[in-house]
Design a protein around this ligand. Structure first.
Ligand code: C5P
Length: 217
């Protein structure tokens, strides 16, 4: 079986950075599953599909022409990497992701990303739904304030507009929806290693996870 490491948790905990670093260290593929839902939000906006229209969104999801090329996200050949990184896109993704049919439509696509020599997959339900057999599951958490600050820095570095108080409100709203939705709610798998990164640097988190990698693989 192809080895998989899952990294789940709310936004701003450092999941994406940890996943990229692990992928580099191990020479494994990476899956940023949040990008799928973000692209779907963008595609829905362009196609005029309402974010409450579960069946319309699922049909759109099933036909998404999506590719990841060297950390860039291509939708039907167009580089949409920057367009999908705004807070607005995150919120649209979270609304689209709450529908069961949408998640089902994207399930096999995500599973096909598990290829030799291995995969590090980040998201909300990687360990609970998409790769329940993964031998190593990490759940990263951190306080909403610290996560909002990290997000603020990221957005500023990209030259995007951001307000810290607005980000705290957005993060709480997104958490609330992701944790309380009926399908694939955000929660740690029962066999996940949970880490609180509030007071940890990314290097400390990476070192801690690499210890687990050595133990498990
Ligand atoms: O991780 P990211 O912030 O890019 O994800 C955007 C949104 O996509 C999340 O708030 C969540 O609602 C949704 N998502 C999900 N399942 C995943 C990854 C992301 O529901 N595996």
């Amino acid at each position: 079986m192809i080895p998989v490491i899952t990294v789940d948790g709310p936004s701003g905990t450092g999941k994406g950075t940890l996943t990229a670093l692990l992928g580099e260290r191990l020479g494994w593929h990476c899956l940023d599953s949040g990008a799928l839902y973000r692209v779907l939000g963008l595609a829905a906006d362009r196609a005029g599909v309402d974010l409450e229209d579960a069946e319309g969104l699922a049909a759109l999801a099933a036909g998404l022409e999506l590719r990841f090329v060297e950390r860039r996200v291509l939708l039907a050949g167009e580089d949409v990497s920057d367009l999908i990184r705004t807070e607005q896109a995150g919120m649209a993704a979270s609304r689209a992701a709450a529908h069961g049919p949408v998640r089902t439509a994207l399930l096999e696509w995500q599973r096909r990303m598990a290829r030799e020599p291995g995969l590090v997959a980040d998201g909300r339900d990687m360990g609970t739904v998409v790769f329940p057999q993964a031998p190593l599951k990490v759940f990263l958490d951190a306080s909403p304030e610290v996560r909002a600050e990290r997000r603020y820095k990221q957005l500023k570095e990209k030259g995007l507009d951001a307000s810290l108080p607005d980000l705290i409100v957005d993060i709480r709203e997104r958490d609330q929806r992701d944790r309380n939705r009926a399908v694939a709610p955000l929660r740690p798998a029962t066999d996940a290693v949970t880490l609180d990164s509030t007071a940890m640097s990314i290097q400390e988190v990476l070192d801690r996870v690499l210890e687990e990698v050595r133990r498990v693989f």
